[in-house]
Design a protein around this ligand. Structure first.
Ligand SMILES: *[C@@H]1O[C@H](CO)[C@@H](O)[C@H](O)[C@H]1NC(C)=O
Ligand SMILES: *[C@@H]1O[C@H](CO)[C@@H](O)[C@H](O)[C@H]1NC(C)=O
Ligand SMILES: *[C@@H]1O[C@H](CO)[C@@H](O)[C@H](O)[C@H]1NC(C)=O
Ligand SMILES: *[C@@H]1O[C@H](CO)[C@@H](O)[C@H](O)[C@H]1NC(C)=O
Ligand SMILES: *[C@@H]1O[C@H](CO)[C@@H](O)[C@H](O)[C@H]1NC(C)=O
Ligand SMILES: *[C@@H]1O[C@H](CO)[C@@H](O)[C@H](O)[C@H]1NC(C)=O
Ligand SMILES: *[C@@H]1O[C@H](CO)[C@@H](O)[C@H](O)[C@H]1NC(C)=O
Ligand SMILES: *[C@@H]1O[C@H](CO)[C@@H](O)[C@H](O)[C@H]1NC(C)=O
Ligand SMILES: *[C@@H]1O[C@H](CO)[C@@H](O)[C@H](O)[C@H]1NC(C)=O
Ligand SMILES: *[C@@H]1O[C@H](CO)[C@@H](O)[C@H](O)[C@H]1NC(C)=O
Length: 480
């Protein structure tokens, strides 16, 4: 039962990843992926059955009262199991066939058909064979945009029950044998479906209802993973459609943007495919810029050891004061501070296997003088373009800036006319020494892709097409 739950939760772990309109994020779990999940859960089911604890049973019928104790599962004949997609029920169907369970128990019977009761005891080996089960669970979406699940049919049957008694008085055993046989059939058969339906309707649904459909990032952003439609079940795959929008936490108003339609994809040879559109990073940049989050002051503490004097106005070798001599002459023995601030919403473009981020920023320069004053030096307008190579390693999506280009113009100068080429050298240095390494640190950490414990990616492909990025991967299971 727990195994079935594991399969369902596994499937829906992908549903939680994703949040009407086009989805910002789409996840497809293919038929081979579902079969893999079933195989993975199968071992767990067998283990679960093997370690099932069954309480002592007692009862009476006519002149007989009995107790069964120390009930132990001695053997499990593994069933065949299969999972299939059921588009007509918008769900999945899970079938176990030919499960056998052998049980050993001690029994005690009191037979009272006169004045003197007779007590007898022994042990019994029971084998239940040919158990079949088919459970169908259907998906939908609840009011809050979470995936929901409900059982839409369960049936089971038991092939046969055989018993071998050890010890005890034969005629009493014969009286008591049909009682036990019926008890096992009558209780076990409805019980199995009851358990499975209970797991689906209560445990699985409760687990889904508790899923966070918004995730806080960097304290001020919320990523909205609500579903934008019911999970879609076809013959080939289960697909979930998420909003994938990033909000400003303190004022969660929608960005005036919408996701572009995703390209068609027909190859379902991998277990899982995940699509992310430009929309997700673009809504992040929209909110971040609009709320003044994209600004940073570069000061000497941001410099790596090798370049610790780069911002100085007086130095022997290479520093701002030597690159732009008028600054070194006007403010000696000072350090320069650069205020970077975006002047428009940066844009993300996904195409041809690269990501490009275009940024327009204002760069304000001040000098921190020996007497701690902060005179203004200049304001520059910079348009920069960063090329990012995405990568998936160890179930994390990360990136690396592999190229950049920029153009600048001088907006205002307090140190007289300066040729833009001088500022060009300063900005080039700041990008190389501070900005790109810092952005690469963040990009290298990347984002963990949602995955169940013990599941790893194998044969992963990453494809950047017009407007979207796709990760296709097989899964491998390595229990801890
Ligand atoms: C579900 O998938 C089918 C087949 O790809 C597609 O035709 C249909 O539009 C999808 N439904 C939704 C709600 O996206
Ligand atoms: C939230 O943002 C919207 C749109 O940017 C703005 O009109 C509104 O005043 C903001 N509300 C608050 C409480 O800041
Ligand atoms: C699907 O992709 C796999 C791996 O990239 C490839 O081996 C296979 O030929 C493709 N199948 C089709 C039908 O294109
Ligand atoms: C950067 O420094 C300037 C001048 O001291 C200050 O006005 C501004 O608030 C600082 N910006 C940030 C983001 O710290
Ligand atoms: C750079 O400036 C800082 C602060 O004024 C100072 O401590 C440091 O010695 C300077 N470095 C060089 C090489 O002049
Ligand atoms: C700069 O610092 C050096 C070394 O401390 C000192 O000799 C020089 O007078 C200072 N220059 C000014 C203009 O303060
Ligand atoms: C795509 O990228 C490759 C390699 O970076 C380059 O050779 C090719 O010209 C690009 N194609 C387009 C359409 O930009
Ligand atoms: C992705 O990262 C891994 C590990 O850092 C590296 O070995 C691999 O070459 C990278 N792949 C690409 C396409 O950059
Ligand atoms: C930066 O881009 C903006 C908008 O495209 C343009 O108006 C501006 O002239 C550009 N500035 C520079 C320095 O290239
Ligand atoms: C990964 O895939 C390869 C090729 O399909 C397979 O040989 C290998 O066993 C897989 N690794 C794991 C850990 O499943």
């Amino acid at each position: 039962m727990a195994g079935a739950q594991a399969v369902l939760i596994f499937i829906l772990a992908f549903a939680q990843l994703c949040a009407s309109g086009n989805p910002g994020v789409k996840v497809r779990l293919t038929k081979t992926g579902i079969e893999f999940a079933n195989k993975m859960a199968y071992g767990e089911i067998i283990h679960q059955i093997q370690t099932l604890s069954i309480p002592d049973q007692s009862g009476s019928e006519g002149p007989i009262s009995y107790t069964l104790s120390n009930i132990k599962i001695t053997k499990v004949a593994p069933p065949t199991s299969s999972i299939s997609l059921v588009p007509t029920k918008n769900g999945v169907s899970w079938a176990l066939k030919n499960l056998g369970i052998s049980i050993h128990a001690d029994w005690k019977v009191k037979y009272k058909n006169g004045i003197i009761p007779i007590s007898t005891s022994g042990s019994v080996d029971v084998t239940v064979s040919g158990m079949d089960l088919v459970e169908t669970a259907s998906f939908s979406t609840d009011k809050s945009g979470r995936p929901s699940i409900a059982s839409s049919g369960c049936s089971d049957s038991i092939g046969g029950v055989s018993m071998e008694f050890h010890g005890g008085i034969a005629f009493i055993i014969n009286l008591f044998r049909p009682t036990i046989e019926h008890k096992i059939k009558d209780i076990l058969q409805p019980k199995v479906c009851e358990e499975v339906v209970g797991v689906v309707n209560n445990n699985a649904e409760k687990a889904l209802a508790s899923i966070a459909v918004t995730i806080e990032v960097a304290k001020v952003f919320l990523v909205d993973y609500r579903l934008v439609g019911s999970p879609n079940i076809t013959e080939e795959y289960v697909e979930v459609y998420d909003k994938g929008e990033v909000f400003w936490k303190a004022n969660a108003t929608e960005a005036p943007l919408s996701p572009k339609p995703l390209p068609a994809w027909k190859n379902n040879s991998r277990h899982v495919y995940i699509w992310g559109t430009e929309y997700t990073p673009q809504t992040f940049l929209y909110q971040a810029h609009t709320h003044g989050y994209l600004k940073y002051n570069v000061t000497e503490k941001d410099l790596p050891h090798d370049y610790e004097s780069y911002l100085n106005t007086t130095c022997k070798l290479k520093c701002i004061g030597s690159i732009v001599p008028p600054i070194g002459i006007k403010y000696p023995n000072s350090t320069v501070q650069l205020g970077l601030q975006t002047s428009a919403v940066p844009t993300v473009t996904m195409s041809n296997n690269t990501l490009t981020v275009d940024v327009s920023a204002l760069v304000t320069m001040w000098a921190r003088t020996p007497n701690n004053a902060l005179p203004f030096l200049a304001t520059l307008a910079v348009n920069a373009s960063f090329t990012v190579q995405p990568n998936v390693t160890n179930e994390r999506l990360s990136g690396k800036i592999t190229g950049h280009a920029f153009k600048l113009s001088v907006v205002k100068s307090a140190v007289g006319y300066l040729h833009p080429a001088l500022y060009n050298t300063v900005i080039d240095g700041i990008l190389d020494i501070v900005v790109i390494p810092k952005l690469n640190d963040v990009a290298a950490k990347g984002a963990q892709l949602p995955i169940v414990d013990g599941v790893h990616f194998n044969n992963t492909i990453l494809l950047v097409q017009e407007g979207s990025l796709m990760i296709g991967t097989d899964l491998a299971y390595k229990p801890k």
